[in-house]
Design a protein around this ligand. Structure first.
Ligand code: ADP
Length: 440
């Protein structure tokens, strides 16, 4: 096994980072995801690191500075190839940040041509003649045209990217891709000669991405969604293996903290309760009136219930209930207050012996990860499409590591919570070789 990190990834948001990490693990790579740029080098025996930034919609200058910081850290860790992970719907503002960050990384790496493709066929994102489709619709006809932060009103990615770049942007079209890696390499060479610095790559299927893979071997930089990641491990001689997803053995009590009000989560919460799971609802209005005493009561009751099986603490509510709360407290104030309350509960549960924790909700996950002071997550087995278990080493003041699942709103089937714990238990029963047990 080669020492040092092989693939270094810089993701422009947190859940996108997890999606990429999950794909690489399924391709056989041992992967950690870091929350921002860590202070210390990554753990040993890792093939890929995904640095999760939150740089998608910040000012381009800040996105560039943060991405360069991540790049330098990844290169110091040995990374031989860099992936700048972008959204599969090419989410960006007219100024960036896909173009400015890609060009800054190119400047630093001395790279003369970069491939850019958000294609993710398994998720219905395909690129044809440079145009991005979401399912059967052009990007500009999809709901992305009304996105509150990054409305995408042009499906022509060559044009979108060109507007964000100093260098010329070209296209490697589907006919070239269909002919395989040699044809893609030849096209890249001619684009270089013609003075292009970036090229959008067509891909309408996983086969297209697999054909592109060998042509991108040794490229210093790729700008892509998580789709292309299916083709990257092979370039380092790595094949899919369940071993890559093996985490240290889980121990400790099990809990779920849910701040997601998405329909899928509502069903998961109801299903958990129907099966007789212990569940404690938090009432935002009561917390707003008398935060501390309400929270302390919930924490005491949920901690006391831990010995009898997984415990759920939730603010999950229907759209009508959410609207009523928002009308009383204000939308942003209610959201922030509930996130902080759930994060405090998550910390209390972990300090009381929870070693297996599911957090439901993207923003809620961010608040919990921050409150738990986690910096690095080893990515493990997938529970449902795009949602893996992770493991965090013990942090200061904590004796055991933490198994963590961060589920964004609409992911997962109805039985997600029970299935998630079953996936972890099954892996722990398999007694993985090569890992110290948490309890050791
Ligand atoms: P999702 O991934 O489903 O979008 P998030 O955690 O990202 O979930 O977002 C849910 C938001 O709704 C959070 O800001 C959370 O604090 C807020 N929230 C949760 N429960 C309630 C509630 N009962 N009333 C109002 N807002 C809520």
């Amino acid at each position: 096994m080669v020492a040092g990190v092989l693939l270094g990834c810089i993701a422009d948001d947190f859940t996108g980072a997890t999606d990429l990490a999950n794909t690489l693990v399924r391709g056989g790579m041992r992967v950690v995801q870091t929350i921002g740029v860590p202070q210390r080098p990554p753990s040993e025996n890792i093939d890929a690191v995904v640095v999760a930034l939150k740089s998608r919609t910040i000012e381009p200058e800040q996105a560039v500075a943060q991405s360069l910081h991540a790049l330098r850290w990844l290169r110091a860790a040995g990374a031989r190839q860099i992936v700048f992970k972008i959204c599969s719907t090419f989410d960006s503002t007219p100024r960036g940040n896909i173009g400015p960050v890609t060009e800054a990384l190119m400047d630093e790496l001395g790279c003369d041509l970069v491939i850019a493709t958000p294609a993710f066929p398994d998720n219905g994102r395909t690129v044809f003649r440079g145009h991005l489709f979401v399912g059967d619709q052009l990007l500009s006809d999809s709901s992305m045209r009304d996105h509150p932060l990054t409305p995408m009103t042009d499906s022509n990615l060559v044009r979108v990217l060109q507007a964000q770049c100093r260098r010329r942007v070209g296209l490697i079209d589907y006919r070239c891709v269909a002919q395989g890696a040699d044809s893609i390499r030849a096209r890249m060479a001619s684009l270089r000669e013609e003075g292009f610095g970036l090229a959008v790559l067509d891909a309408v299927s996983n086969d297209d991405l697999m054909r592109a893979g060998p042509a991108l071997r040794g490229a210093p930089l790729l700008t892509s969604g998580s789709g292309l990641a299916i083709a990257l491990p092979a370039n380092f001689g790595i094949a899919a293996s369940e071993q890559a997803a093996v985490l240290p053995r889980a121990s400790g009590a099990a809990a779920i903290v849910s701040g997601s009000c998405s329909v899928a989560t509502q069903k998961q919460v109801a299903h958990f309760q129907r099966l007789g799971g212990r569940a404690f609802a938090i009432d935002p209005i009561a917390i707003a009136a008398d935060g501390d005493s309400v929270l302390i009561k919930i924490i005491d009751r949920s901690v006391a219930a831990l010995s009898s099986g997984p415990v759920l603490v939730y603010s999950t509510a229907t759209a009508d209930q959410v609207a009523a709360t928002q009308a009383r407290l204000g939308t942003n104030a209610a959201g922030a207050m509930i996130e902080q309350a759930l994060a405090r509960i998550a910390v209390a549960l972990v300090e009381s012996g929870v070693g297996r924790l599911i957090v439901a909700g993207g923003e809620t996950s961010g608040a919990c990860v921050q409150a738990l002071a986690l910096q690095e997550l080893r990515i493990g087995p997938q529970i449902d499409v795009g949602v893996p278990w992770c493991h965090a080493e013990p942090v200061a003041g904590r004796s055991q590591g933490l198994h963590l699942c961060l589920k964004s709103g609409n992911f997962g089937g109805e039985d997600f919570f029970s299935r998630a714990f079953a996936v972890l238990d099954a892996q722990s029963r398999a007694e993985p070789a090569g890992f110290m047990h948490d309890a050791d």
